[in-house]
Design a protein around this ligand. Structure first.
Ligand SMILES: NC(=O)c1ccc[n+]([C@@H]2O[C@H](COP(=O)([O-])OP(=O)(O)OC[C@H]3O[C@@H](n4cnc5c(N)ncnc54)[C@H](O)[C@@H]3O)[C@@H](O)[C@H]2O)c1
Length: 326
């Protein structure tokens, strides 16, 4: 029988890409999403949408009694770091409160395999680079703190034998595909904002800080293609099937690019200039974030194959044009 996978947050950027991969290998997929930031039309054909929040215990219980998934991948949550500092209560209520209700309902229904979208934001300011999973965790944002709270709950649950889990700490998700177009409700990510500015669909791009202690003064980040993230989730499910109880794994390309290098790359792949104005630094933005992805290679057998900068930017641009210019 085909595996039955529940994808919470499957109407979002990374969830939709992963759903497409699950369907392509023949899994049965139900997407649970409240569409607060996701898009129903992003859900690949073949998956069934249940429109509800992960914290809606009655809706989740009813779904679990009819669908009976073998495993759950949970992408659902609020993702904007700056917004999390302005609305900490809302971020804790959704990312921690609702996720705990959801976990409790899954466990009560006997769903014991769980893959969680965590984030590089759990590390805060890095003490050294590249960042391995053993690096100290000291989030500098409410958003990062909410992810760490859930990791801690998962670790306790796994140690008590209640569930098996993989927490995947993504660095900067990017790229795109026909199934996965980055269009967050509150867009704060450099690449979609710069593409919109290059296309003339948005005003000048604001570049936050050019006086960081990096070679060109702009922040350096590790971008990982959404398609590579999707394959990592399938690898995480396989690890749970092999009996791995607990894994906490970085997902990054292992290479960093400065904001200026990304903007030059966008000009290269689009052939268009990106209008830029330099603005003040954003609070809580570390100068450099680059993953060590050794553990993902070892534990998941995962290798990013689409995360080279120009491929990732070219795919993001192709997806952007499909969405905005037909
Ligand atoms: N995009 C990144 O660079 C990045 C980096 C690190 C971690 N993450 C994490 O990965 C996950 C997916 O990110 P994304 O970029 O696809 O974001 P997204 O906003 O595109 O997707 C999130 C999805 O979750 C849904 N959702 C939100 N709250 C919900 C709730 N309470 N109940 C049900 N559904 C709910 C939204 O409608 C949306 O479809 C998030 O948990 C995010 O924190 C993302």
């Amino acid at each position: 029988m085909a595996p039955r996978i529940l994808v919470a947050g499957g109407a979002g950027f990374i969830g939709a890409a992963t759903t497409a991969h699950l369907l392509a290998r023949g899994d049965e997929v139900v997407v649970l999403d409240n569409l607060s930031t996701g898009h129903a039309d992003a859900i690949p054909a073949g998956a069934t949408l249940i429109e509800a929040s992960i914290g809606d215990r009655a809706a989740v219980a009813s779904l679990l009694s009819s669908f009976k998934p073998d495993a759950c991948i949970d992408f659902a949550g609020l993702i904007a770091t700056g917004e999390s500092m302005e609305q900490p209560g809302r971020y804790f209520a959704t990312n921690v409160g609702e996720t705990l209700v959801f976990l409790d309902a899954l466990i009560a229904a006997g769903v014991e395999k769980f893959v969680f979208s965590s984030s590089a934001a759990v590390y805060g300011e890095p003490q050294f680079l590249p960042i391995p999973e053993t690096h100290r965790t000291a989030p500098t944002s409410v958003y990062g703190a909410t992810k760490l709270h859930i990791e801690e709950a998962l670790s306790w649950m796994a140690r008590q034998g209640t569930l098996q889990y993989a927490a995947l700490r993504y660095f900067n998700a990017a790229g795109g595909s026909p199934q996965a177009i980055e269009r967050h409700a509150v867009e704060t990510h450099l690449i979609p904002l710069a593409l919109a500015a290059a296309a003339g669909d948005a005003p000048t791009l604001r570049l936050f800080g050019d006086d960081y202690p990096t070679p060109d003064g702009t922040c350096i980040r590790d971008y990982v293609h959404v398609e590579d993230l999707a394959t990592a989730h399938l690898a995480a499910l396989a690890a749970l099937d092999r009996g791995t109880k607990e894994s906490v794994v970085n997902l990054g390309s292992g290479k960093g690019f400065s904001n200026k290098e990304v903007l030059e790359g966008i000009e290269r792949v689009t052939g268009l200039p990106v209008p830029v104005v330099v603005a003040a630094r954003r609070a809580g933005d570390p100068a450099v974030l680059v993953a060590s992805n050794e553990l993902a290679r070892e534990v998941l057998g995962w290798v990013p194959v689409k995360s080279a900068l120009d491929q990732l930017l070219g795919d993001a641009w192709a997806a952007y044009r499909v969405l905005n210019h037909g």
